[in-house]
Design a protein around this ligand. Structure first.
Ligand SMILES: Cc1cc2nc3c(=O)[nH]c(=O)nc-3n(C[C@H](O)[C@H](O)[C@H](O)COP(=O)(O)O)c2cc1C
Length: 416
């Protein structure tokens, strides 16, 4: 019987264990988690979501307070178009996070950065250019383009000295999205080095509508594999979304995938950025609490635990401090939803905004509990203590379980 360790993912000259830990913002897939994946011979991701904020927390910079101070007179104003990011600060936070992570890297694996196009940051093209090139300049092994079609992203990097040597890939949820990307980037004569096909059971934002349940990962993956074969394109396909056991992973590798991208199992690793108190909520969550809703201002459906504090919260928009979802015109759907609610209840001390959430603030504070569909199975991957809490796992334990397990077994950790 085959297991994941019988396969290797080939990316250019390098071969790795075909397990990639997916990017999870904001600093959920931490440097510590990515470093473990690389040490164990696989691929780890850091996320470039809200890096100025992450940099303040990790490296004691003052980017958020400086931005907030600069724009404090705008807090009461609905139009946020003047609340621009300082590109030098975005570049510096990227440099800090990526270079510190890469300096600490050990082992045969690789570390990529997950870069979401939907973080439009009030100046989509320029901020994305700085983020992508900043990561390349700081020595990242590769970039995974996500949350968007990224039709112009290769163009933004084409003059970078590392454009052809770094591993560049994209996440798609349909063959059509892949075809659009390939058509758009054809003139640069630079194919992606890997393609992540993400199905509807993944965590974070989904590349599907609210009819997500009508799609399935294996079918989409097979369509992509057949298309690449017909076009004689030899690009590894990495399946993602709902791959919960080593056996699930092996099935995708046997179907022709080069690797798998997994995330949910690692949300309860001690190296993961989610605070332990919240990790216990992930463990406790039940199947009926797995919710896909439209509260993200990005316009993409997002999966989260239904008890997530972000749902229905009514905090004042925090764009002067954050503002990562402001579009090219300085607008965010949460601002509109918040203002509509304030207009309805002008005298209320506290309001509840149901349709949208202030995603920057809630993700930054780990109050939006985004999760993969199988989060409710996490409790089966560990021990329950006498007080009702669950034992937190090590990333190594989870990684090795994916790598070596067979027969749909999940290895429990040594009891603490
Ligand atoms: C908590 C959490 C946060 C995530 N955040 C992001 C993100 O910021 N960007 C992204 O491209 N994917 C994100 N994802 C998706 C994962 O990278 C991954 O592709 C997917 O969840 C894999 O499926 P699985 O969780 O069922 O293993 C997130 C997933 C989880 C569980």
């Amino acid at each position: 019987m085959k297991r994941v360790d019988d396969f290797r993912l080939r990316l250019g000259k390098q071969e790795v264990v075909p397990i990639m830990i997916g990017g999870m913002g904001v600093d959920i897939s931490t440097a510590e988690l990515a470093l473990e994946a690389a040490r164990l011979g696989g691929i780890g991701h850091i996320s470039d979501a809200m890096l100025p904020t992450v940099s303040d927390r990790r490296y004691k910079t003052k980017f958020v307070s400086e931005k907030q101070k600069q724009y404090k007179l705008n807090i009461e104003i609905t139009d946020k178009s003047i609340v621009q990011f300082d590109l030098a600060q975005v570049a510096e936070s990227t440099r800090l996070h990526v270079s510190r992570t890469m300096e600490a890297k050990r082992g045969e694996g690789m570390i990529f950065v997950n870069c979401m196009e939907k973080l439009t940051m009030n100046s989509p093209r320029e901020t994305l250019r700085v983020r992508l090139n900043g990561a390349l300049d700081a020595g990242i092994d590769g970039i995974t383009l996500s949350a968007g079609l990224h039709l112009g992203s290769f163009e933004l990097m084409k003059d970078n000295a590392r454009f052809r040597d770094a591993k560049l890939g994209i996440i798609v949820s349909s063959l059509r999205a892949l075809q659009l990307f390939l058509r758009k980037t054809a003139k640069l004569n630079r194919l992606p080095d890997f393609i992540v096909v993400e199905g509807p059971l993944a965590g974070g934002h989904l590349g599907f509508g609210m009819d997500w349940a009508e799609y399935d990962l294996l079918t989409i993956t097979k369509e992509v594999l057949a298309y690449l074969q017909a076009e004689h394109l030899s690009i590894p396909v990495i399946a993602a979304g709902g791959i919960f056991t080593g056996t699930d992973a092996t099935n995708f590798l046997e179907a022709g995938c080069g690797g798998v991208q997994v995330a949910t199992r690692f949300t309860v690793a001690k190296e993961c950025g989610i605070p332990e108190k919240v990790q216990q909520e992930y463990y406790k969550a039940t199947e009926d609490q797995m919710e896909v809703n439209n509260t993200s201002p990005t316009g993409y459906p997002m999966r989260m635990i239904s008890t997530s504090p972000s749902i229905g919260a009514g905090i004042r928009p925090n764009c002067e401090a954050y503002g990562y979802l402001l579009d090219a015109n300085g607008r965010c759907a949460y601002i509109d939803a918040y203002n509509a609610e304030v207009a309805l209840h002008p005298d209320a001390k506290k309001i509840s905004v149901k349709e949208k959430t202030c995603l920057c603030t809630h993700m930054r504070n780990y109050d939006c509990w985004t999760c993969g569909h199988y989060t409710y199975r996490l409790k089966d991957t560990t021990h329950r203590h006498a007080d009702g809490t669950y034992q937190i796992l090590s990333a190594e334990h989870i990684f090795r379980d994916y790598q070596f397990s067979t027969d749909n077994q999940i290895a429990l950790p040594a009891k603490i």
